[in-house]
Design a protein. Sequence first.
Length: 226
Amino acid sequence: MIPIKDEIRSRSFAFINYGLIILNVVVFGLQLMQGANLETFVGKYAFIPGQISSGLDSGDFLRILTSMFMHGGWMHLIGNMLYLWIFGDNVEDALGHIGYLVFYLLAGFLAAFAHYYFNPQSLIPTVGASGAIAGVLGAYLVFYPSSRVYTFIPIGFFSRLTLVPSFLVLGLWFVLQLFSGFLSIGATEQGGVAFWAHIGGFVFGLLIGLLFKGRTKALPDNRRWI
């Protein structure tokens, strides 16, 4: 299932969310400009769990931050930005602009440490906004459980675009991450998806959503915009 857009229109201009999308694209552009120096660039600014195991310092926190705006390729970037575009504006609407920015960054940091917990000796550079965006998805699920999402379902000749409840779209996404995360435990180290970063970010988003749901400016579930 590929989500296209949700049916809830944000009441305010989500300038933080759009700014995050622009920053991710700009940083990816900087990566493309590195050419033969890309590996050095990634090694300098990506998050590497094994470096924390030898002692946590301010440089590690900086690399976690910079890694949150880097991506491993066009599809990695496009997939992440699509989810952020669809769900981020509504979470920003609920938490407020500054609250959303703080939440997004914290989700990214918590996701990185979740990945570290299960891969403490890994020397593979970790990049991507997926952990922070997973936090956004978890919060969205709590704030807007009855929302529906226009979703493209590719099933051969029966492919179609249809409205799917957000709890189904996001719930299935999380179950897939959880299943893949448990399968990855004990596996031989290799490059790939940081499933535990996704899981950690999503759980953090759920908790923040539950903590702040009664105190946010989220639209009531019965208000729909097409």
